[in-house]
Design a protein around this ligand. Structure first.
Ligand code: HEC
Ligand code: HEC
Ligand code: HEC
Length: 129
């Protein structure tokens, strides 16, 4: 005689064991992609977003060199708009929450730029006043 209960239990056990490798993956899935919080005070960045995403470190390096070596503090964006080349006073005037912006991506990628050893976040500027 068939025993429907045993057959179903057997099937369930079989399916669970058979798919076990998949279940293992559930907890190990990649961490959720970072969601940097974009500024509400502006719609565009210094350069277009795709360029910023891939090349902001290069741009910052160019800015630092321009300021420190050539005492040139004015950057002209693609659209002709002028920006003061400053990590704290420009980038972070718009991107004013380091934790919710810069850190979102950097923590995900496990990079820790050392810039803030010296440069202040807007929060620290406020506290120091
Ligand atoms: C005038 C305000 C403003 C300034 C100044 C500014 N940004 Fe932005 N930035 C924005 C906005 C707005 C966006 C999002 C644009 C969009 O929605 O496509 C953005 C986008 C970005 C992105 C891409 C974010 C993503 O989700 O992919 C990076 C990285 C970035 N900015 C870094 C910087 C750095 C570094 C500086 C200084 C060199 C800087 N920004 C200066 C307003 C600014
Ligand atoms: C959309 C994601 C994203 C955001 C937002 C972002 N970064 Fe980055 N950042 C990256 C990536 C990707 C790298 C390259 C990491 C690598 O080279 O392995 C990087 C690298 C850097 C580096 C070079 C670090 C090194 O050790 O080479 C600097 C400097 C930097 N970011 C500054 C900033 C600043 C300042 C902000 C906030 C205003 C910011 N980033 C926001 C993605 C981001
Ligand atoms: C050891 C301290 C120190 C560290 C670390 C440092 N800087 Fe600087 N940075 C300075 C000093 C000092 C100046 C000159 C300030 C001035 O003339 O306005 C400067 C100037 C700059 C400037 C132009 C002026 C301004 O107000 O921002 C940029 C952009 C800059 N640094 C970016 C960076 C970035 C990006 C990093 C990390 C990859 C970094 N710095 C790490 C000390 C530092």
């Amino acid at each position: 005689m068939y025993n429907a209960g045993k057959i179903i239990t057997g099937l369930v056990i079989f399916v669970v064991i058979f798919t076990l490798p998949l279940w293992w993956q559930v907890g190990k899935a990649a961490p959720p992609a970072p969601k940097p919080e974009l500024p509400k005070t502006a719609k565009v960045c210094v350069e277009d977003t795709a360029y910023m995403r891939t090349s902001h470190m290069q741009l910052l390096n160019d800015w630092r060199n321009a300021v420190v070596r050539d005492q040139d503090r004015v950057y002209v964006g693609k659209d002709g708009k002028k920006y003061s080349m400053s990590l704290t006073n420009d980038c972070m005037a718009c991107h004013n929450d380091k934790k919710k912006f810069c850190d979102q991506c950097h923590n995900y990628l496990a990079v820790a730029p050392y810039c803030w050893d010296c440069h202040l976040t807007p929060e620290q500027v406020k506290e120091s006043k």
